[in-house]
Design a protein around this ligand. Structure first.
Ligand code: FE
Length: 207
């Protein structure tokens, strides 16, 4: 099996939002797709470590805001590299409005949103697959959607060399957010402290 074949699959990028009581939260996901048109259903896969995952599991309602090519890295940092368990991601966040199901829509760096109601879940181990009826949605702009590949090529900062303080050392860099781990070997169970991605998303930086 050539693992590289898996990287040829294309993915979008989305802000997944949910609301539990008075608490709004959101995270970044890369797996959302329409699975049937009659009825109009979408599927999302969400990592169980995300606080938003637990909120969707509990409330069965969510919105997917589709990230567009004019999104900046701040959007990914804001929703992707911190946890709603520690911070209120919507406190002081003004680029949003509420969808008819009560969950937030992110209105900047996005081109559309789809709100949905969960009808089925499947436990995938690290993730849960949610199948949901579409309940609302609208187009926000005509800017093209940002694919996962587009994010890596055009939105994520592209450091050419390890940080100055790490020069001359062996560095493992997170391909998702750029975090640098210094050490000859990266522990197999290492989790990026910034974006929570696993060791498999790190690359050894040649010096
Ligand atoms: Fe990271």
């Amino acid at each position: 099996m050539n693992q590289a074949a898996m990287f040829k699959l294309s993915y979008g990028l989305f802000v997944l939002t949910a609301r539990d009581g008075k608490k709004d939260n959101g995270c970044i996901i890369n797996t959302a797709t329409q699975v049937t048109s009659e009825p109009n259903r979408i599927a999302i896969a969400v990592n169980k470590t995300n606080y938003t995952h637990d909120m969707v599991m509990k409330t069965s309602a969510f919105t997917v805001s589709i990230i567009s090519q004019d999104a900046d890295f701040d959007l990914f940092q804001h929703f992707g590299f911190q946890s709603g368990r520690d911070v209120d991601k919507f406190e002081g966040f003004t680029s949003c409005k509420r969808s008819s199901n009560g969950t937030m829509v992110v209105t900047s760096g996005t081109n559309a949103y789809i709100s949905a109601s969960v009808v089925s879940t499947m436990d995938l181990g690290t993730h849960t697959l949610f199948i949901a009826d579409v309940t609302d949605g609208d187009v926000l702009t005509d800017v093209s959607s940002a694919t996962y590949e587009y994010y890596h090529k055009n939105i994520k900062p592209q450091p050419q060399k390890p940080e100055k303080k790490n020069e001359g050392k062996t560095v493992w860099r997170c391909k998702i957010c750029g975090y640098e781990y210094v050490g000859e070997e990266l522990p197999a169970d290492f989790i990026c402290p910034l974006c929570k991605h696993p060791a498999s998303d790190f690359e050894k930086v040649s010096l």
